[in-house]
Design a binder for this molecule. Structure first.
Ligand code: SF4
Length: 475
């Protein structure tokens, strides 16, 4: 793997990619600031929001209750969209969703598409499918536009180009600019704005994701900090929105709970700058908006997850807060995870969507410190899910090596036999404990155990066992 491969391509070795990320000085300095910027804003937002616990608990319970009757809410959503003159397409997987989009484009002989940021479209590799069919696709979120021009994958749910410095961005945009650009952020943003305005005017189809879909009204809710989603949904003749089945919420009255927590968790804002509620195509009395509206409802493995112990992963509202809080993400960045979703939630979702055996390192890419759960606006128990995935690796997938498996069996046997346990601990304290009495640490362990001491020391057993100390104290 070359230095840039893991930035461009999915499904690589987490360990290799992590090493490369750790050696990337620019990335390290960007990630080093993450805890003080987005991470700190998240913590401050929760502190300043008096009712945050109740509102987060309410948002969580809405998700829980909605998933319990997901089929009913999705049917209501379909009926509401149809009643407003929209079209609904059900897609079992990414292939079907891409085919549905291509079918819409072909029926209108459309070849120019603008897109606003959508993780679901990344998940199904929509851009690749469209480009292979000869369609010109332009990402219109500034960060997405940068990574599209650079040929990278997004590295963060809300900041796709977070892995790049201003100079990196200037270098990339200079490839598509007629005039030289400096690394001044405002200059770069103004360039992208000028460039993208023309694309909005030319595009025949606008594609968006969906933050929330309200079943009762058939409304699609889009949340962004740039005006691009509004232009994408209103300028082109056709609007196509793609959502995972878990994005539905029953009523408009449920929406404020999510609006209150999403922006706070993502960026520390009370509300994102643009919250757009789109209800189908333009009606006769309206001045602007698309002539047609299509909603693509994607399963792609979600209905399987719904029945599994990892159901809670479907609560995710894609705010990115767990990434900013995670000590692993803050060291290796998003590309190392190898899937579309990065960070703690990516370590759960990527094995679920793309296969656990191909991503067996990801459930272990966590210290289980719980920072992700504390930051999560819907309090998803990510550490618990990572432990469940680890358990599946060792039971269903039989991915434990022989030596490790033997060691665990031996340990389990010892714990079930108190006499043996006492003898072993006595021996350990008399030998290793006394030998390392001064420093109390092993700098290097032999053989298979050496992995542990590659980056940290291993504590030696105490020279005196707790059991012996206790007996002495009591006597
Ligand atoms: S798991 Fe929670 S914190 Fe992480 S992206 Fe999803 S909603 Fe946000």
């Amino acid at each position: 793997m070359t230095a840039t491969d893991y930035v461009r391509h999915e499904h690589h070795e987490f360990i290799d990619a992590s090493h490369q990320a750790l050696e990337n000085g620019t990335l390290q300095s960007i990630l080093g600031r993450l805890g003080d910027t987005l991470g700190a804003r998240n913590r401050e937002a929760w502190e300043a929001f008096g009712d945050s616990d109740q509102v987060r608990a309410r948002a969580r319970s809405i998700k829980d209750a909605t998933l319990a009757e997901l089929d009913r809410h999705l049917e209501t959503l379909e009926q509401s969209v149809l009643a407003r003159g929209g079209h609904v397409h059900w897609a079992a997987d990414g292939e079907e969703a891409c085919q549905a989009v291509l079918g819409i484009l072909q029926s209108h002989q459309a070849h120019r598409v603008v897109k606003s940021k959508s993780m679901t479209s990344e998940e199904i590799h929509l851009n690749k499918a469209l480009e292979e069919a000869g369609v010109e696709v332009v990402e219109t979120d500034f960060g997405e536009y940068i990574v599209q021009v650079a040929g990278h994958r997004p590295s963060h749910i809300v900041g796709p180009a977070l892995h790049m410095s201003s100079q990196d961005v200037a270098d990339v945009l200079n490839e598509v600019s007629d005039e030289p650009l400096t690394n001044d952020r405002e200059e770069l943003a103004a360039f992208a704005r000028r460039k993208l305005r023309r694309r909005f005017a030319d595009a025949e189809v606008g594609i968006t994701g969906v933050n929330f879909a309200v079943a009762e009204t058939g409304s699609i809710v889009l949340i962004s900090n740039e005006g691009n989603a509004r232009l994408t949904t209103s300028l082109p003749r056709i609007h196509v929105a793609i959502m995972g089945i878990e994005k539905v919420i029953p009523n408009l009255a449920d929406l404020p709970y999510f609006l209150k927590v999403l922006a706070r968790a993502a960026t520390g804002q009370k509300l994102s700058i643009y919250t757009s509620i789109v209800q189908g195509a333009r009606r006769p009395e309206e001045l602007d908006g698309p002539e047609e509206f299509h909603l693509i409802i994607l399963d792609n493995g979600r209905s399987q997850i719904l029945q599994s112990p990892l159901r809670e992963s479907l609560f995710c509202i894609r705010c990115g807060a767990c990434l900013n809080a995670c000590p692993i993400y803050r060291n290796v960045g998003g590309h190392a995870y190898g899937g579309v979703y990065a960070g703690p939630i990516g370590a759960v979702l990527t094995p679920l969507y793309d296969g656990l055996s191909d991503h067996h390192h990801l459930p272990h890419a966590s210290s289980l410190c719980g920072a992700c759960q504390a930051a999560c606006p819907v309090k998803i128990q990510i550490p618990e899910m990572l432990i469940k995935l680890r358990e599946q690796l060792h039971t269903d997938q039989k991915m434990t090596g022989r030596v490790e498996s033997f060691a665990y069996r031996g340990w389990a046997f010892t714990l079930r036999h108190p006499r043996l346990y006492r003898t072993m601990t006595w021996l350990a304290s008399r030998t290793l404990g006394r030998w390392k009495r001064r420093s109390g640490w092993f700098r290097r362990l032999p053989g298979k155990l050496s992995g542990w001491t590659q980056s940290r020391d291993f504590p030696a057993p105490a020279p005196q066992r707790f059991r012996d100390w206790w007996r002495e104290e009591r006597s």
